[in-house]
Write a protein of this length. Sequence first.
Length: 167
Amino acid sequence: MHKDLRDYLRKYSINNHGDYYDYQPKSIDEIVDGSYQETDFGKIFVAKKEYLPGYYHGEMPLESFLNQSPKTLALISKNDEIKNLNLKKAVFIDTETTGLSGGTGTAVFLVGILFFENNEFRIRQYLMQDFNEELAMLSALKQIFKNFEFIISYNGKAFDIPLLSTR
């Protein structure tokens, strides 16, 4: 067995006698940049990342997205509702869930959003670590969504938004 793998297994698993090695898990805020946000319904962990002007994604500066013509975007998407879209007033959203079918048994455990604020692109990821944090997550999202006029998502109209709205 490879020495590194053996060390890893020794550190994080059971020894030959069936005893667990002493392992103390770290809390999410020790591993991921972010903090807990207090709401009227408790706290929720929010991971945070900012991209300053001049940050390149591939060959394009990220802020070049803000120069896109909403009329062109409406034409490409075949959606006239966005022809007056102000991209600085839009929030992008994606969810991760416990299932793909929707309905009662499907819970959203991670909601990622991207928006433009104070000349920066900001990413926020709201992580529900247990089911009792759902109301806190939904409350935090409701507060931040008040700041935006448009929600942009790949599958939001059919899945993400209805799933959040029915919770």
